[in-house]
Design a protein around this ligand. Structure first.
Ligand code: SF4
Length: 253
């Protein structure tokens, strides 16, 4: 598994979804894992401006901010088809500015672990938190939520700002890369492109992400769709758009 010794690490950061074999080895060595894609520090994002353009994916700007402020022994960053070229270039920068190992992975796992959380009746924020937490573990915790018929759909990656998720009903099914995350197959293009034409769906992508193309393409072909890209924080107008779309499509009734 590469030329590094996991047993020497106490705390590591992960970016994207590294292969299951890596997560399993980290779990077995009882290494603490921080998901660097998530908001973990309160420091100003301006701190990354000397390193990354302002017009860049907010998730990866957050990754760099976390990496600058957390005490880590190594970073495992997925740069394969399950993540993106933007992450590849960020790994180059992290290698240059950090004194810890920055280990690139390419996750092409194909064995699906199931997607019960994506199809459950529960607050959408809680479901996304459960899915993103699951990335740190090689084993799957049985889903605590009951399944439901979808009245709305959220397609996309976990947003940098989870307040975008607030207007959605508990009967929202999750599609796109977030569903792939739960399935532990982040490079599964077919699963990522899957959506249900009978379910009013918000197709979301982070601004400046290549996935905006797929989100827009799928939204254009879907009979009840809202395409939305959001940068660092969710504006009140973006939230109002989602609210109006869900109301008009009957998803909230
Ligand atoms: S949101 Fe897009 S650009 Fe940002 S890390 Fe994810 S795949 Fe890469």
């Amino acid at each position: 598994m590469g030329d590094y010794d996991i047993s020497r690490f106490t705390t590591v950061g992960i970016v994207g979804v590294p292969p299951l074999a890596v997560i399993r080895a980290l779990n077995e060595a009882k290494v603490i894992i921080h998901d660097l894609d998530a908001r973990l520090v309160t420091a100003s994002i301006d701190g990354v401006s000397p390193l990354l353009p302002k017009v860049y994916c907010a998730i990866l700007r957050t990754v760099v901010l976390n990496a600058l402020h957390l005490k880590l022994d190594a970073i495992f960053i997925d740069v394969g088809p399950g993540k993106c070229d933007c992450a590849l270039h960020v790994s180059t920068i992290l290698k240059e500015i950090l004194s810890i190992p920055v280990i690139r992975t390419r996750n092409v796992d194909v064995a699906g672990c199931g997607t019960p959380i994506s199809k459950a009746r529960q607050d959408l924020t809680e479901k996304l938190l459960a899915i993103t937490e699951g990335v740190k573990y090689a084993t799957v915790t049985p889903c605590q939520f009951k399944s439901c018929k979808p009245k709305a759909g959220f397609w996309g990656v976990p947003p940098r700002d989870f307040s975008l998720l607030e207007p959605f009903p508990v009967t929202t099914h999750i599609y796109g890369w977030t569903r792939c995350m739960e399935n532990k197959t982040p490079a599964d293009e077919v699963l990522e492109a899957y959506c249900n034409p009978k379910v009013p769906t918000v197709f979301f992508a982070q601004s400046f992400c290549a996935k905006t193309a797929l989100a827009k393409f799928l939204a254009d072909r879907h009979p009840q769709a809202l395409y939305l890209d959001v940068d660092f924080t969710t504006s009140s107008s973006a939230k109002a758009k989602v609210q109006a779309f869900l109301e008009l499509s009957g998803a909230l009734s």
